[in-house]
Design a protein around this ligand. Structure first.
Ligand code: 4NP
Length: 154
Protein backbone atom coordinates (compact mmCIF):
# COMPACT_ATOMS: atom_id res chain seq x y z
CA UNK A 1 0.00 0.00 0.00
CA UNK A 2 1.26 3.48 -0.87
CA UNK A 3 0.18 5.95 1.82
CA UNK A 4 -0.39 9.64 1.08
CA UNK A 5 -1.14 12.27 3.74
CA UNK A 6 -2.15 15.82 2.80
CA UNK A 7 -1.26 18.44 5.39
CA UNK A 8 -2.29 22.06 6.00
CA UNK A 9 -2.62 24.31 9.04
CA UNK A 10 -6.18 23.67 10.24
CA UNK A 11 -7.11 20.50 8.28
CA UNK A 12 -10.49 22.01 7.45
CA UNK A 13 -9.90 23.89 4.14
CA UNK A 14 -7.06 22.77 1.86
CA UNK A 15 -5.87 19.33 3.00
CA UNK A 16 -9.36 17.77 3.31
CA UNK A 17 -10.13 19.16 -0.15
CA UNK A 18 -6.94 17.52 -1.47
CA UNK A 19 -7.86 14.28 0.33
CA UNK A 20 -11.32 14.11 -1.28
CA UNK A 21 -10.12 15.12 -4.76
CA UNK A 22 -7.13 12.76 -4.76
CA UNK A 23 -9.15 9.83 -3.36
CA UNK A 24 -11.68 10.31 -6.14
CA UNK A 25 -8.92 10.27 -8.78
CA UNK A 26 -7.32 7.19 -7.20
CA UNK A 27 -10.64 5.34 -7.20
CA UNK A 28 -11.41 6.42 -10.76
CA UNK A 29 -8.03 5.00 -11.81
CA UNK A 30 -8.93 1.68 -10.11
CA UNK A 31 -6.11 2.12 -7.58
CA UNK A 32 -8.21 2.30 -4.41
CA UNK A 33 -6.64 -0.90 -3.07
CA UNK A 34 -3.10 0.36 -3.73
CA UNK A 35 -3.14 3.97 -2.54
CA UNK A 36 -4.41 5.01 0.91
CA UNK A 37 -5.26 8.70 1.43
CA UNK A 38 -5.80 10.84 4.54
CA UNK A 39 -5.18 14.41 5.73
CA UNK A 40 -4.05 16.19 8.91
CA UNK A 41 -3.27 19.64 10.32
CA UNK A 42 -0.03 21.06 11.71
CA UNK A 43 -2.21 22.63 14.44
CA UNK A 44 -4.93 21.10 16.62
CA UNK A 45 -7.06 24.25 16.42
CA UNK A 46 -9.90 22.63 14.48
CA UNK A 47 -9.60 19.08 15.84
CA UNK A 48 -12.84 17.11 15.54
CA UNK A 49 -14.45 19.59 13.15
CA UNK A 50 -15.75 18.78 9.68
CA UNK A 51 -14.50 20.50 6.53
CA UNK A 52 -15.06 24.27 6.14
CA UNK A 53 -18.32 25.20 4.39
CA UNK A 54 -16.32 26.66 1.47
CA UNK A 55 -14.51 23.35 0.96
CA UNK A 56 -17.77 21.37 1.30
CA UNK A 57 -19.45 23.62 -1.30
CA UNK A 58 -16.53 23.41 -3.74
CA UNK A 59 -16.37 19.62 -3.46
CA UNK A 60 -20.14 19.41 -3.93
CA UNK A 61 -19.87 21.55 -7.07
CA UNK A 62 -17.55 18.86 -8.46
CA UNK A 63 -19.78 15.99 -7.36
CA UNK A 64 -17.57 14.96 -4.45
CA UNK A 65 -18.66 14.09 -0.92
CA UNK A 66 -17.19 15.61 2.25
CA UNK A 67 -18.25 12.70 4.39
CA UNK A 68 -15.62 11.51 6.85
CA UNK A 69 -13.46 14.63 6.54
CA UNK A 70 -12.77 15.34 10.23
CA UNK A 71 -9.85 17.51 11.33
CA UNK A 72 -7.07 15.85 13.25
CA UNK A 73 -3.54 16.97 14.14
CA UNK A 74 -0.44 15.57 12.44
CA UNK A 75 1.46 13.13 14.70
CA UNK A 76 5.00 11.77 14.82
CA UNK A 77 3.61 8.33 13.89
CA UNK A 78 2.33 9.77 10.59
CA UNK A 79 5.92 10.16 9.40
CA UNK A 80 6.50 6.45 9.92
CA UNK A 81 3.19 5.27 8.51
CA UNK A 82 2.93 7.50 5.42
CA UNK A 83 5.17 7.45 2.35
CA UNK A 84 4.27 10.95 1.14
CA UNK A 85 3.39 13.86 3.43
CA UNK A 86 2.31 16.77 1.27
CA UNK A 87 2.04 20.27 2.67
CA UNK A 88 0.17 23.06 0.95
CA UNK A 89 2.62 25.90 1.63
CA UNK A 90 6.15 26.64 2.82
CA UNK A 91 5.01 27.21 6.40
CA UNK A 92 3.28 23.80 6.47
CA UNK A 93 6.47 22.23 5.15
CA UNK A 94 8.62 23.97 7.80
CA UNK A 95 6.22 22.88 10.58
CA UNK A 96 6.15 19.32 9.26
CA UNK A 97 9.92 19.11 9.03
CA UNK A 98 10.23 20.36 12.61
CA UNK A 99 8.01 17.50 13.86
CA UNK A 100 9.54 14.80 11.60
CA UNK A 101 11.79 12.17 13.20
CA UNK A 102 15.38 12.47 11.96
CA UNK A 103 15.78 11.07 8.46
CA UNK A 104 12.06 11.17 7.64
CA UNK A 105 11.98 14.86 6.65
CA UNK A 106 12.55 13.70 3.09
CA UNK A 107 9.02 12.28 2.97
CA UNK A 108 7.71 15.88 3.13
CA UNK A 109 7.08 18.00 0.03
CA UNK A 110 4.80 20.82 -1.04
CA UNK A 111 1.99 19.43 -3.19
CA UNK A 112 2.74 21.74 -6.13
CA UNK A 113 6.35 20.53 -6.22
CA UNK A 114 4.98 17.74 -8.44
CA UNK A 115 3.93 20.33 -11.04
CA UNK A 116 6.05 22.66 -13.12
CA UNK A 117 5.07 25.60 -10.90
CA UNK A 118 6.68 24.99 -7.54
CA UNK A 119 4.73 27.36 -5.27
CA UNK A 120 2.33 27.57 -2.34
CA UNK A 121 -1.38 26.80 -2.44
CA UNK A 122 -3.03 29.88 -0.92
CA UNK A 123 -5.08 29.44 2.23
CA UNK A 124 -8.77 30.19 1.52
CA UNK A 125 -9.29 30.70 5.26
CA UNK A 126 -7.63 34.06 4.55
CA UNK A 127 -8.21 34.58 0.79
CA UNK A 128 -11.84 33.28 0.73
CA UNK A 129 -10.98 32.06 -2.77
CA UNK A 130 -11.91 28.38 -2.67
CA UNK A 131 -12.05 28.29 -6.46
CA UNK A 132 -8.33 29.12 -6.86
CA UNK A 133 -7.48 26.60 -4.14
CA UNK A 134 -9.52 23.90 -5.90
CA UNK A 135 -7.77 24.62 -9.22
CA UNK A 136 -4.33 24.32 -7.60
CA UNK A 137 -5.29 21.15 -5.76
CA UNK A 138 -6.69 19.68 -8.98
CA UNK A 139 -3.38 20.44 -10.73
CA UNK A 140 -1.25 19.17 -7.86
CA UNK A 141 -3.17 15.93 -7.39
CA UNK A 142 -3.10 15.21 -11.15
CA UNK A 143 0.69 15.58 -11.11
CA UNK A 144 1.04 13.53 -7.91
CA UNK A 145 -1.02 10.65 -9.31
CA UNK A 146 1.00 10.68 -12.54
CA UNK A 147 4.23 10.60 -10.49
CA UNK A 148 3.05 7.66 -8.35
CA UNK A 149 1.75 5.71 -11.35
CA UNK A 150 5.08 6.15 -13.13
CA UNK A 151 7.23 5.41 -10.06
CA UNK A 152 5.38 2.22 -9.06
CA UNK A 153 4.44 1.10 -12.58
CA UNK A 154 0.69 1.30 -11.87
P1 4NP B 1 -6.44 25.26 6.28
O1 4NP B 1 -7.05 26.70 6.64
O2 4NP B 1 -5.05 25.23 6.89
O3 4NP B 1 -6.39 25.22 4.79
O4 4NP B 1 -7.37 24.24 6.89
C1 4NP B 1 -7.14 27.20 7.95
C2 4NP B 1 -8.14 26.76 8.78
C3 4NP B 1 -8.27 27.28 10.06
C4 4NP B 1 -7.39 28.27 10.48
C5 4NP B 1 -6.38 28.72 9.63
C6 4NP B 1 -6.26 28.17 8.37
N1 4NP B 1 -7.51 28.84 11.79
O5 4NP B 1 -6.84 29.84 12.06
O6 4NP B 1 -8.30 28.32 12.60
Amino acid sequence: MIRVLFVCLGNICRSPMAEAVFRHKVEKAGLGDKIFVDSAGTSNWEEGKGAHQGTVAKLQEHGLSSEGLISRPLTVEDFILYDYLLGMDKQNLADMQKLAPTGLEKKCQRLLSYTKEERDIADPWYTHNFDQTYKDIDKGTDALLAFIKEKYGL
